[in-house]
Design a protein around this ligand. Sequence first.
Ligand code: PLP
Length: 378
Amino acid sequence: MKVYLDNNSTTPLHPEVKAIMIEAFDLFENPSSIYSAGLEVRKRVSRARSSSAALINANPDEITFTSCGSESNNTILNPLSILQLFPKTERNEVIISAIEHPSVMNCAKNMEQNGIKVHYAPVDSCGRIIWDQFSLLLSDKTALVSIMLANNEIGTIQDIQRIAKAAHKAGALVHTDAVQAVGKMSVNVKELDVDYLSYSAHKIYGPKGIGVLYVKKGAPFAQYIHGGHQETGRRSGTENVCGIIGLGKAAEIAMQELNNWSKQNALLKGKLAAGLKENLPFAIFNGDPENSLPHVLNVSFAGCEGEVLLIFLDQTGISVSTGSACSSGLPSYVLKAIGLSSEVANSTIRFSLGYHNNEEQIEYTLKELQRIISLLKK
Ligand code: PLP
């Protein structure tokens, strides 16, 4: 049996997205061309922009298409952008959390190397921002707070509304990396009250190579890619029309299916967790038990190497990921930040479900896991 439980890494293309994209490959004209075929392509891009905006309750003109979530994050979190948020002032510091995705963590490193002070807000054992310590980092020097809406490894959801309120009160702007949250939970930029938000099509059953950057109307913005003024000058380069149309369809489907998908995912996640608790009582569940993505279960199986487990599971047709975000063999910094020892962190598996998973697959996974772990523990 094939069981794909690595949907945080990427999701399969939804069949309706695939169908619309195959048709869109024939729309080769440039959407900037002013003859009728070009205008037709531009209309299709506009429609996709509206759907991509609706999914996060933004206005279409607040959406910039990028190549991926990483590019969206990099567009905001780079030294030139930060220095242009509050030009000619002392406001040039950034606060991120200690558990951001590498596409934010490595931006932080780059900003530091270029003279920007970056503060790392610590998290508690569930992965939640420690409020008192975060508040102390805010000052009249803070230009930007960038904290992810939901974590890619452990699924913990942050209280971005509260974070944004405090950051705005301190005079700073707010970005959130919502790559793992959009399409999995309700995301409303107006309720969150963020100035910038990133998401990515390939995490919501859309294609790879296309991302979204939301920029609130009136928020300062420094363009990252200069050129022919596409995307109203925010992100030049001839549009990835096929990707944009695929993203638009994926966003439409996600809007319609969000409730069904999250209910179904939560049910299957509950079944997986209950089965693990019953049969493998030494399993440690990581993340926030109260406020976590409905499709992510991060579990440490102390005494078993995560990568060995992954390989054995792969041999039975089950695809999962280890807790580790990098392939260097180092324990995951996210799991270290929530207080796990290196040994426990290295014994961790992330299960991330999708709408295509079912009960039979979960039962099969439980059975195989139990068999493999008893083999490894011998
Ligand atoms: N942010 C988070 C939280 C992610 O999980 C990922 C990808 O896994 C990214 C950003 C990067 O997105 P992309 O793969 O579209 O560059």
